[in-house]
Write a protein that binds this ligand. Structure first.
Ligand code: AMP
Length: 439
């Protein structure tokens, strides 16, 4: 039987892989200018890292996290019918998002000493969520994200949004094609009362709402704003608005974020129903949609999480971050007619007219590669004609041809594959000659 990939996963190769690499290169240049360093945390964390941060009652933790146990423990867990006998360090999950792991790493490595300089990091990583696979919704997908720990100022919220929008622009997505939605979710002072008022609203309208929403009223009422059921969302449109319930500090913070965005000329829509799915958010949250195709879903989002460091066992430290999904950006760019993959890379092909000259071809190939030139050669003993075909398949711009006369004279013929012009280059100067011809 032919092996198959896991449902909801994709192989990245060819143009798709080049597109992912391009996105990372754009991110690297952009984040560098804003003073962010790259970080990589493990793909696997203790389950508690996500439970503490994202929240026990969220869909991501309850339904979507891929749990992992070592082979040695697998039989034990299956036999017991649950992993409850495992120690916390044995209960593992593949990361469904990047923030909790980065914050755990910051706490564990003491990256944010009290009163110290902010930590600014970015990542490009695979994430794993057990969702129903569909267009733009995978079980393993890739995100570029950033986390900025130690900055409580509303300017950090505005700058995070500005860098996000600049990232889209550099990838080729014009601001006119994007919808930026923002909201404030309040903080520990004002949110509990707001949650209670949403819970009461749902229970007062219980006969109009789906069973999931009634369950949400008890465990996570704000999630009812995200219900897939159209009727529930219509009912929720009349629910209390968080922006009417903010405490003075949160209201002032939100007003300042908007003032900075206005000053920077960033267009946004205020959406008081934008709650995002994770418990750790406080105050500013934001999400970006591609306006060209509503089915693609959000292409990025983030927010402030001032309580998360403490939830992960660290000292109180404000934080803000966002993540952008590669696969959905690829869909949006293809809809917008932008090619993120770029050209297939060209190369130089080393051909030999006679199998006896394979040694000379080996030496020439090494010399070119040593000079950093992408070089291909024949490894199948093909005829010269078929080597030329191979050279075309590899998009070779130049072909180095080694025949008995050339090799005897210590030279090689270099052929320009588009003009068919040929020049003789001494073997000792091959790399320099080829570099010159490649321009
Ligand atoms: P979230 O943490 O859910 O806000 O995700 C941040 C970004 O990751 C989203 O805006 C999407 O672009 C992307 N994303 C989230 N879930 C998936 C998924 N299952 N498949 C593909 N991309 C996703």
């Amino acid at each position: 039987m032919q092996a198959q990939k896991a449902q909801g996963t994709e192989d990245l190769f060819g143009g798709y892989m080049r597109a992912w690499q391009h996105m990372q290169e754009v991110a690297s240049t952009l984040f560098d200018a804003y003073g962010f360093d790259m970080i990589e945390t493990p793909a696997m964390e203790q389950v508690d890292t996500f439970v503490h941060g994202i929240g026990e009652s969220t869909d991501v933790v309850r339904k979507e996290m891929f749990r992992a146990v070592s082979g040695a423990l697998y039989e034990q867990v299956m036999g017991a019918g649950s992993e409850s006998g495992l120690k916390p360090r044995q209960r593992l999950a593949l990361r469904p998002e990047g923030t909790a792991g980065v914050v755990r790493a910051a706490v564990e490595n003491n990256l944010v000493p009290q009163g110290g300089a902010p930590v600014k990091v970015w990542y490009a990583e695979a994430m794993f969520r057990g969702e129903r696979p569909q267009k733009g919704r995978l079980r393993q997908f890739h995100q570029v994200g950033m986390e900025w720990l130690g900055a409580a100022d509303p300017a950090a919220d505005a700058e995070s949004i500005i860098v996000l929008m600049e990232f889209y622009r550099r990838l080729g997505l014009d601001a006119s094609k994007l919808r930026l939605k923002i909201n404030s979710m309040g903080d520990a002072t004002c949110r509990p009362a707001y949650r209670d008022s949403v819970r009461s609203f749902i229970l007062d309208h219980a006969d109009e709402m789906c069973d999931d929403c009634i369950e949400r009223a008890e465990i996570n009422p704000l999630r009812a704003f995200d219900c897939k059921n159209d009727h529930c969302r219509e009912v929720m449109a009349a629910a209390p608005k968080v922006t009417d319930c903010l405490c003075d500090d949160c209201a002032a913070h939100y007003a300042q974020v908007k003032a900075y965005l206005d000053e920077a000329g960033i267009s946004y829509e205020e959406d008081p129903t934008l709650v995002r799915g994770l418990d750790y958010y406080t105050r500013t949250v934001f999400e970006v949609e591609y306006a060209g195709d509503a089915n693609i879903g959000a292409i990025g989002g983030g927010g402030r999480y001032d309580g998360l460091m403490e939830l992960e066992g660290g000292k109180p430290t404000p934080g803000i971050g966002f993540a952008v999904g590669f696969e959905r950006i690829a869909l949006a760019l293809s809809d917008a007619g932008v090619d993120m993959a770029g050209e297939e890379p060209g190369c130089v092909y080393v051909a030999n007219t006679d199998p006896d000259l394979r040694g000379a071809a080996f030496t020439a190939t090494l010399a070119l590669r040593g000079a950093g030139i992408r070089t291909e050669a024949d490894y199948q003993g093909r005829s010269l004609k078929s080597q030329f075909k191979q050279a075309d398949k590899h998009h070779a711009r130049l072909c180095v041809i080694l025949g008995p006369d050339e090799v005897a004279a210590g030279a090689a013929t270099v052929r320009d594959m588009s003009t068919h012009e040929q020049v003789s280059v001494p073997m000792g100067e091959l790399a320099e000659g080829v570099t010159r011809m490649l321009g």
